[in-house]
Design a binder for this molecule. Structure first.
Ligand code: SF4
Length: 388
């Protein structure tokens, strides 16, 4: 059987069963990688479907299946999330992150409640019905009762002023009690990427005081409390292999998250990874990272057809068409930035992050045009997960 036929068989199985054995997954990723590297002439330009992307016939099969899965649950709708990066203080020292506590080369900031509410008002007028409060693990908002009270006050103020909107939190690891208090204040969704389900890879990405066990404990606590939960990972950090990605897919199948966020790893110069000359095990360049992220995104869409999957800013930062490519590989959410312009450049978790143009709320008209040209429509909707 030739590789294209085998790919069709694997994609068919994936669509039908919504699972694959480890060896079938390995074969699927291998065929996709080989289809690009083996014979460049076999790469076809599918402009209507994947603008500006070199997409092999094997990849086209996968993306088409991902779009079928997405359309079944969400049609062509694209949900908006208004991202408010409200603090860049963090107590942690993740080796890849530009706002790690050890980075002394950024200006730290923390938005006050009035500024955050002003961001929400601006977003609401533009059609946003979900606000995502994202930040480092800021000691000012840490697990102490005072820290919780400060955050709960912000959450309940947003919830009170915008009762038809969802408040999503993305503020890292906390105690179960703290998650419960924030839920009681009105938060209903929580994003916490697990980053790596392999203990070995997790250990190379994070310092010893952080643990995969605690990250998983947080995710299960959040689920039990009743949050819509988002997990996810970086694609292509140093040391990541196909086996690690398979482990991530297995973990996500066990967790059954409502939201899944993946984005390419992009180095930040003031981090240990950014300073190091180490390349990731697969030696991926920018294009390869983009391709692998899109392939994984499509596999995730087929495995989790109900899930809310964003086309991330990191994708857009790698490629001018990244946002749209993500939608065409199965994503159904975009998260423009509502933070004040003065704050955006200091939320530099990786280098060359986009925070203007279509990545910003101010660029909504341009974004709408791009999305419509690709055959999708941005909807004014709270955008809850469909039943699964
Ligand atoms: S990845 Fe998150 S927890 Fe780690 S340093 Fe960055 S903001 Fe802090």
């Amino acid at each position: 059987m030739n590789k294209l036929s085998r790919m069709a068989e694997l994609v068919g199985l994936l669509e039908k069963e919504q699972t694959l054995t480890d060896s079938d997954l390995r074969e699927l990723f291998d065929i996709l990688a080989e289809s690009c590297s083996e014979d460049a002439d076999r790469c076809v330009q599918i402009r209507e479907e994947i603008p500006a992307a070199r997409c092999t016939e094997e990849e086209a099969l996968l993306y088409a299946a991902a779009r079928r899965a997405r359309e079944k649950y969400y049609g062509n709708d694209v949900y908006l999330r208004g991202l408010i990066e409200f603090t860049n203080y963090c107590r942690n020292n993740c080796y890849y992150c530009g706002i790690r506590t050890g980075n002394t080369r950024i200006d730290r900031y923390r938005l006050d409640k009035d500024t955050i509410l002003e961001c929400c008002r601006e977003g609401y007028a533009l059609g946003f019905r979900t606000f995502v409060l994202q930040g480092g693990e800021d000691p000012y908002f840490a697990n102490s009762i005072n820290g919780d009270e400060r955050l709960c006050d912000i959450v309940s103020s947003i919830h009170g002023e915008f009762p038809d909107c969802a408040v999503t939190l993305s503020i890292g690891e906390r105690s179960r009690e703290s998650y419960q208090r924030l839920f009681d204040a009105g938060a209903r969704r929580y994003l916490l990427r697990h980053e790596a389900a392999s203990p070995d890879l997790y250990r190379t990405l994070h310092p010893s005081e952080m643990s995969l066990e605690n990250r998983k404990r947080c995710l299960y606590d959040l689920k039990e409390i009743g949050y819509q939960v988002g997990a996810g990972l970086m694609v292509g950090p140093p040391g990541q292999t196909t086996e690690h990605l398979i482990e991530d897919l297995k973990y996500l199948q066990e967790l059954q998250p409502d939201m899944i966020g993946i984005g390419p790893y992009i180095p930040q110069a003031d981090t240990p990874f950014g300073r190091s000359t180490a390349k990731c095990a697969q030696g991926l360049d920018k294009t390869q990272k983009l391709q692998l992220t899109l392939r994984l995104l499509a596999v995730l869409r087929i495995l989790f057809p109900y899930a809310l999957i964003p086309s991330t800013t990191a994708l857009a930062s790698l490629d001018p068409h990244g946002r749209i490519l993500g939608l065409q590989a199965g994503a159904n959410v975009i998260m423009p930035n509502l933070s004040p312009a003065s704050a955006r450049e200091n939320y530099s978790i990786y280098d060359n992050k986009l925070y203007t143009g279509a990545e910003s709320a101010q660029g909504m008209t341009a974004l709408q045009k791009q999305v419509e040209a690709a055959g999708y429509q941005i909807v004014t909707d709270i955008g809850d997960v469909k039943c699964h």
